[in-house]
Write a protein that binds this ligand. Structure first.
Ligand code: ADP
Ligand code: MG
Length: 402
């Protein structure tokens, strides 16, 4: 469906009028108001695969959105549907159960379930329609945006003054407990807490964060969607998690650390003898430790406006994910090397969990057309797949639209 693609132009007002018409067709016309909420997607600028190793991440909310149109009812009935996914879910406030026929509904139902567990008020049913311009399953976290937009709607409609951090935590629990995906907090945090022209330097364990200004001058961040279905990702993720645990326990023989990212790169090198016959584990640890340092450096470079320093961190991040962590895959590696071959492109790296999904590139704004042509045609030639491009802007977190 065209709406799932990155749209070159996007007239929000017109689209919302259309969606309101569809809402009336599906659920009937009534006097009660339709409330509209919107949540951005997110990219992680740098800090990949280290949130579970005590490292910091640097995500930002971006200019793709999911909208929730919600109308409260006088009874306890709940109806939900989405323009992007099939099925109309019908249930009641008292029967929030896991769905196998309409799997996407588990995201908002999970939010409702956690909402009830937390003891927040919920005394009216509702009709809900979701509409999104976020490509799902592409590593820009349509799932977190989906949960957070609905959770935010609940907090507004039932007048619960939930902090944005608590909202993010509630939505993470929804994904963990109800959908069954053991995700960290980064995605929900980024889409709830994002701020215009800022990224968030976040410690996913302590939830301490710092807002980092992102001013790119004559450069832009370009998101390229490989449109390659992410495969292997769950099993690879679990394997990496296990490898990092093993590397950590080897290192704990010598250092009093609780997380890999507490160690310095030179300490790791001094302990290379611990990894005899386990070179893979050493490489995983090397990625985690250097990626954390690059993330801290990248935040400093951004704050001081040193784009070349920032670019070096991005490039080194991809190289480490490719060679040490081995989660890139040939589609992403090809996009990155094509991007780096373009004059005016300072840096390119995969973003998200890997094996598919998106890359981000730092490109001179005047070179974006050339960038799209060269990267798009080279990629098409090699894989027969058309990549999508989006020039990013960094946006505010979830909010009420109307
Ligand atoms: P990502 O978060 O990287 O986009 P996930 O696999 O975590 O990928 O989440 C994608 C899932 O979220 C989809 O398969 C679908 O179930 C749900 N989802 C995302 N966007 C929508 C939408 N607009 N309408 C309904 N469900 C959606
Ligand atoms: Mg997700």
């Amino acid at each position: 469906e065209a709406r799932l693609k990155f749209l070159a132009t996007w007239d929000e007002e017109k689209a919302l009028e259309e969606v309101t018409t569809i809402f009336h067709q599906r659920y009937g016309k009534e006097n009660a108001p339709i409330h509209i909420y919107k949540s951005p997607a997110r990219v992680n600028l740098i800090g990949e695969h280290i949130d579970y190793n005590g490292g910091k991440v640097l995500p930002a909310a971006i200019n793709r959105f999911i909208y929730a149109l919600v109308r409260l009812r006088d009874d306890k009935k709940i109806r939900m549907s989405s323009l992007q996914f099939p099925g109309i879910l019908e249930t009641t406030l008292d029967t929030i159960a896991h769905q196998t026929e309409i799997p996407w509904a588990n995201y908002p139902l999970g939010v409702l379930s956690e909402w009830k567990k937390a003891g927040y008020p919920l005394d009216k049913g509702m009709d809900v329609l979701f509409m999104s311009t976020i490509p799902p399953g592409s590593g820009v976290s349509s799932s977190a945006a989906f949960e957070v937009v609905f959770g935010y709607a609940l907090s507004d409609l039932f007048e619960v003054s939930l902090s944005r951090v608590d909202l993010a935590l509630l939505c993470q629990r929804a994904e963990n407990n109800f959908v069954g995906v053991s995700c960290g907090i980064m995605d929900q945090f980024a889409v709830a807490m994002g701020e215009k022209d800022k990224a968030l330097l976040l410690d996913c364990q302590t939830l301490q964060y710092e807002k980092i200004p992102v001013h790119l001058g004559e450069y832009s961040l370009v998101l390229t969607n490989s449109n390659k279905k992410r495969e292997l990702i769950d099993s690879a993720y679990n394997t990496r998690l296990k490898e990092c645990r093993e590397a950590l326990s080897l290192l704990q023989q010598r250092f009093p650390i609780k997380e890999l990212c507490e160690l310095s790169e030179s300490d790791l090198h001094s302990a290379e003898d611990l990894f005899q016959g386990k070179e893979t584990l050493f490489k995983r640890a090397l990625h985690a430790i250097t990626e954390n340092q690059r993330t801290l450096d990248a935040a400093k470079f951004l704050s001081s406006g040193d784009l070349h320093g920032f670019a070096q961190c991005l490039n080194a991040s991809h190289d480490s994910l490719q060679h040490n962590y081995e989660v890139t895959g040939e589609h992403l590696d090809t996009l990155v090397s094509l991007a780096r071959s373009v004059e005016g492109c300072l840096a390119s790296r995969m973003t998200g969990a890997g094996f598919g999904g998106c890359t981000i590139s730092l490109v001179k704004t005047s070179a974006i057309d050339r960038f799209k042509t060269i990267v798009g045609s080279g990629y098409k030639e090699k894989f027969g797949i058309v990549a999508d491009f989006l020039v990013l802007s960094l946006e505010d977190g979830v909010k009420k639209k109307i």
